[in-house]
Design a protein around this ligand. Structure first.
Ligand code: TGC
Ligand code: FAD
Length: 388
């Protein structure tokens, strides 16, 4: 049966034609190309690299950036693309978030004209893959403490340090590396073929298995003058990129919710216990009603999130609220979906279990749930509760 999205509050009519078209195109791609193979990729711990060129040809890599071969769609269209990708798998959405929001965006926003011309068209086409190195083994939630250093040399810079948990690290052609230069955080475009650069994959993940996660080791890694992103300094550089990616994750989380709800509803209608479909029991209906309620609230939240971004009035704290709320509920809904599926829910014949495992990473990356709690707390109280 063809997939149709839960739309309890007739939200579909509030999107533009372009937004619906972008969503439906990606929905169709995910149904046709992701769903049949994603379970196998998750099982084997591989990323479907064959999809990257298709993403490029559909214009969904950096889709809301303007110029340089990018599609220039609305932020809401970008969000709906993330929603559909994550309905397939968080790892697929992750790849696109990292490519568009974390790698293309800093070049587009902070780079020189030469850097933009050199990288963006190839990245939009999926010919150049990027990764984003902010987190380090000992500095996750608190990236300000990073140990990676850049030192100016005669012809460029030498970088030393280790980045960990880096999505697409070993398949990337370039890495956006955040390092301290004269004690100030700066961004560098580091070709992964550079002398002194090494990517080692992290194995044994329970989550985001259809995504490559790596450690990046920079040992006297030499890059030219042209590697520095000149138009940004300080933590607001990487955080500016994270605002873009967190926006996409807020929508992506709805994709996880929709996938799990859809599967749980269908299963509950088919599965008979005590002489009737389990969907006919009050306790199961309560679970489904909660799912419908939280999905609808998250869809409405995202719609306004997109409209605020389009009006250029969106504040980072509002993005934090959406990431925090939607990922929290995606996590609850994935677990509830798994529960409704009974024992079948713990096998990879069904998708709730895979989404349930994936969402643990999403809960932690791009700012943990707790960090976004504190961002909102600071916003409304004026008091910083992060640390010192
Ligand atoms: P703080 O003193 O508050 O701010 C330092 C400077 O940054 C500015 N700023 C922001 N700018 C843009 N966007 C934001 N969201 C911003 N938040 C703060 C701020 O105005 C200030 O600017 P300036 O010019 O005055 O210096 O910084 P802090 O050290 O107290 O840290 C704040 C905190 C904890 C919120 C921040 O460090 C944080 O967000 N931590 C979480 C780290 C994180 O999210 N890491 C993600 C790594 S990448 C990733 O996970 C990719 S997953 C891959 C995938 O999607 O698949
Ligand atoms: P920690 O910061 O050590 O946090 C551990 C726990 O302590 C959490 O519950 C946290 O909420 C809590 N905590 C921390 N500080 C506070 C506080 N002040 N108050 C209350 N509680 C607190 N990073 C990148 O740079 N690029 C990537 O591409 C990337 N991809 C990732 C892919 C995956 C699959 C995963 C799992 C992570 C990825 N990350 C990436 C890293 C991710 O951003 C970090 O894991 C995240 O920022 C949290 O850091 P941490 O794991 O070091 O946890």
């Amino acid at each position: 049966m063809a997939y149709s999205e839960l739309d309890y509050y007739a939200i579909d009519g509030l999107y533009t034609e372009e937004e619906r078209m972008a969503r439906d195109t990606v929905r169709e791609l995910v149904t046709r190309e992701v769903m049949p193979t994603i379970g196998k990729h998750f099982d084997e711990g591989t990323f479907p690299t064959e999809l990257v060129a298709k993403f490029g040809s559909l214009g969904i890599l950096g889709p809301s950036l303007k110029g340089y071969g990018c599609a220039g769609m609305s932020p809401t269209a970008y969000g709906l693309i993330c929603q559909e990708l994550e309905r397939g798998d968080s790892g697929i959405r992750s790849f696109c978030s990292v490519q568009g929001s974390l790698c293309m965006y800093p070049i587009w926003a902070y780079g020189t004209e030469e850097q933009k011309q050199k990288y963006l068209p190839g990245m939009a086409a999926g010919e150049i893959i990027g990764c984003f190195g902010l987190t380090e083994p000992d500095f996750g939630s608190n990236p300000t403490g990073m140990l990676t250093r850049a030192v100016k040399t005669k012809n460029g810079y030498t970088l030393n340090g280790t980045k960990r948990w880096i999505t697409s690290g070993s398949i990337a052609d370039i890495a956006i590396i955040w390092a301290k230069l004269d004690d100030k955080i700066r961004g560098f475009i580091v070709p992964t073929k550079s002398e002194g650069f090494e990517a080692r994959d992290i194995h044994g993940k329970w989550s985001l298995r259809a995504s490559i996660t790596s450690e990046l080791i920079l040992e006297d890694c030499k890059v030219g003058e042209e590697a520095l992103l000149p138009n940004i300094a300080g933590l607001r550089g990487p955080l500016g990129c994270l605002n873009q990616a967190r926006f996409g994750i807020a929508f992506g989380a709805v994709g996880t919710m929709l996938a799990c709800y859809d599967e749980a509803l269908s299963y509950a209608g088919d599965r008979v216990q005590f002489g009737r479909p389990i969907a006919g029991f009050q306790l199961v209906q309560e679970k489904l009603a909660t799912m419908v309620t939280e999905i609808t609230k998250a869809q409405l939240l995202n719609l306004q999130l997109g409209r605020l971004k389009e009006a250029e009035t969106l504040r980072p704290q509002q993005v934090s609220l959406a990431k925090r709320n939607n990922v929290y509920w995606a996590r609850e809904i994935a677990r509830t979906g798994r529960d409704i599926l009974g024992a079948n829910g713990v096998t990879n014949d069904y998708q709730c279990g895979r989404h349930m495992l994936n969402i643990e990473s999403v809960f932690t990356y791009e700012g943990t749930h707790d960090i976004h709690t504190l961002v909102i707390g600071q916003d409304v109280t004026g008091l910083n509760a992060f640390g010192s």
